[in-house]
Design a protein around this ligand. Structure first.
Ligand SMILES: [Zn+2]
Length: 102
């Protein structure tokens, strides 16, 4: 009988499969987070983000983002939110590795 359940991988909270390419692994990294607060550019160093080692997809840690939103928006609950989205860069082609983010 082939029993393939319960692979002996240790449960590692730092390894999450990528939602984008579903082949890469999201690693928890600490990067500098940029966001706009009105006219002001706010940078948050050492911001936790999950970065795919294959496609380079970045997902910021949900709790950290909501924490930051709370800090930046004292008037939370207002219907109008001024969230400036940065345009997504073009997806990296297969022949060009993603350049380092820093
Ligand atoms: Zn990926």
């Amino acid at each position: 009988m082939n029993q393939t359940s319960a692979a002996p991988f240790q449960p590692d909270a730092d390894r999450v499969p990528c939602h984008e390419c579903s082949a890469g692994i999201m690693h928890l990294r600490h990067i500098t987070y940029f966001t706009w607060l009105g006219q002001e550019l706010v940078t948050v160093p050492n911001f936790p983000a999950w970065i795919c080692d294959l496609c380079g997809r970045r997902e910021y840690d949900e709790r950290a983002v909501s924490w930051l939103a709370m800090l930046l928006n004292p008037e939370t609950g207002r219907p109008t939110r001024r969230v400036k989205r940065t345009p997504k860069p073009a997806p990296p082609s297969l022949n060009h590795p993603t350049p380092p983010l820093d």
